[in-house]
Design a binder for this molecule. Sequence first.
Ligand SMILES: Cc1cc2nc3c(=O)[nH]c(=O)nc-3n(C[C@H](O)[C@H](O)[C@H](O)COP(=O)(O)O)c2cc1C
Length: 271
Amino acid sequence: MALVSIMVAGVSCGQKKEAAKPKTLVIYYSQTSNTKTVAQEISNRLGADLKEILAAKPYDGDFQATISRCMQERQEGVKPEIKPLDVDFAQYDVIFIGYPIWFGTYAPPVEAFLNQVDLSGKKIVPFCTFGSGGLDSSVKDLTAKQPKAEILPGYGVRAARMKAVPQEVDQFLKAGGFIEGEYTKPAPFPAQHAVNAEESAIFDKAVDGYPMIHAKADSVAQRTIPGGTEYLFVAKDLPRDGAQQMPPAGSMKVYVTVLDGQTPEFTQVIR
Ligand SMILES: Cc1cc2nc3c(=O)[nH]c(=O)nc-3n(C[C@H](O)[C@H](O)[C@H](O)COP(=O)(O)O)c2cc1C
């Protein structure tokens, strides 16, 4: 009401009508553009401001070089710095924070960002891209880092499934009430049951060729989703050849979608 009165007063005085200040910010770090793509999709859909977090010393090496640098920084206790951010966070109510998953959580430049801002009272919407998973674990870390922020449900997508981003972001934004439109909420998964041969084959097909998963499905539950079926498998790591086993053996939840007429794809792994 107050905002309307001010704007009416402004117009009646012959001043230019100013655009309402955006209340939503999308801020992200991205090394190889996957997270950037999601960030752009979200900001375009919302008409929200977009800001990139940049490492003071860029991580511009290839995958192996970045892994090595991160491991060295961890060993030496080095905390990477980020370039100064010219953002007035006070003007935003909702902040989408995007990052790639590195070593199971948000990449170090995002940790640096979270260390230097106070997001108390803000609604935070995390989103991330990953090889196999990390939304849950990173959200736990984010919650511990910013305990007075309200962390809303997040979105995560595998780097290998970037083609799904426009449709999934659309549904995600509708589910969160950020945009209007039709959203079909999937029914909860029923109880797990032991896998049969057909379900076991779906699991094997979905993880085929992904080196970080060498596992056997034990049990599964399934539900209908628009255009197909979603499976939630519980699987156990199988022994690997050689001394090094990465990640360590254990059990995991693996989400798999089978859209009509398409091959099974895993969408995320939670260890
Ligand atoms: C140093 C490093 C560590 C990574 N660690 C993980 C990981 O623990 N789990 C995972 O699923 N993916 C991991 N990835 C894969 C990235 O999360 C994935 O490629 C992501 O989409 C990259 O996002 P970007 O293109 O925005 O930089 C890692 C990648 C790098 C470079």
